[in-house]
Design a protein around this ligand. Sequence first.
Ligand code: ARG
Ligand code: ZN
Length: 533
Amino acid sequence: MHGWMKAAASVLAVALALSACSTGEDDAVPAATTLPSDASPAVTTTAASPATKALPPETTALPPTTAAPESTTTTAPEAETTDAVADAAADPDVSPPPGAGIGDSFYPWLGNSGYDVIHYELKLDVDPDTNTLDGITTVHGVSTGELEKIYLDLSGLDVSSVTVDGVAAEFSREQAELIVRPATPVPAGIGFTVEVAYSGTPERINDPGVPFARIGWFNQNGVIFTANEPSGSMSWFPSNNHPTDKATFTIAITVPEHSTAASTGVLVEESAADGRRTFTWQMNDPMATYLAAVYIGEFERHTQETRDGLIIRDYIPSSLTDEQRQATLEALSVTPGAIEFFEELLGPYPFDAYGTLVLPFSIGFAMENQTLSLHGDRTLIPLIIAHELAHQWFGNAVSPGDWSEIWLNEGFAHYLAFLYLADYGGHDIAALMANELQAARNANAGPPGSITVAQLFDFPTVYQRSTLTLYALHRHVGDETFFEILRQHYQRSDGGTATTPDFMAIVAQHAGPDAVALLASWLYSPEIPTTLD
Ligand code: ARG
Ligand code: ZN
């Protein structure tokens, strides 16, 4: 097949997936979505995958626009979440008390104020057979004002004890808040430590931004993995659950001897005792809570390296046949080149390592967990591998300051993935974008700069129109200025968060008011602008 058609096919796969009704959940294969044969993913690792060319929407990493009722499709063996606990976390109609909430316009209850977290230390003892965990999370924070109460975001699970600076503290639960009352108030401007001991089966969160799946801690077909974005991390550890409070992490996971536990960061220690094995992972760069991951199952580790010696450690299922293993490794072999491509455009890869964890089944999305992206077995195509990789710069190193500005994540990752695809496959970016424009028009994509929470992962609006937004800017200002703008955006906010006005200011500085006006029309005008026609 001609390279261009291959690209078109993967674009088509994305478009077709959108018209199919999917759950993104545990995962019923929906009615046939027929694709051209070469649009098949590079790898198929499940024996049960359909023999025909009909592929489920998992073919793309990208969320479907149509939510299906979960009850008709879920086969999850785990406990069901209670809506009362989970939904309240993001209830926009009830104002949080002072201290609970950090001011996100979509999620008033997410995050907390009065302190900054510096480091999280998680010790999770997990029994995969029963999907239960025994956890201790230690939050090392600095108070920004006097704290009579310390709010942490936590949904479900049983808390058995809390200490503040080693002294037992009273605590209560309300909505998805763990409210801690230190024996004596924490004075303003000092370091403090909260240690929370808890246990139970994590219950995934109903998040109004992710109507197509519950999020957080998944237990599926004997594998445990996490996909938190945006609110799900509170299903498995207490935190200041908002990207504006990033911190470093140590995550130690204890599992049965035969299991492997992987996480975000660098594996710094592995030890065994009493038939259990502990894997300790260290994230040395600031990380938003939604990007922290736990993966438990039977995996084998394979490593690759970029020209500059960045280690890529991929985790693939131990259960693969030789042929599947070879196909999986072959699909993942684009990673070093893709990293080098982005490094040339954007500057050095932001973290200590990269890699992909591949599940032995399909899921309805892929997820850019920091340093170790998550893929099901049907998303290992260059566009989607590059998309999750590009998020390491935009999304992870630079995170959204408010969830309503998620175009800064998905538009950047998707446009950069297309630039990679164009380079890798020898395609014309203009032709790729003409397709996206048509698709966005057909779907009547709205303005990505003014979405509702339910549109957080709306594909035409947040992925396609944001991609076109950046392409329109790129065409308007030319290569040199465009990549200078991207590099500035990355450098200025690396390790923190950025907002649309932050990005606009860089555009204004490098490209002037016409470029800002162009950007604004793509982001905010109800109609799709005609500047690319
Ligand atoms: N950020 C993911 C991506 O790269 C989308 C994840 C949506 N799914 C979810 N469970 N939050 O497109
Ligand atoms: Zn994405």
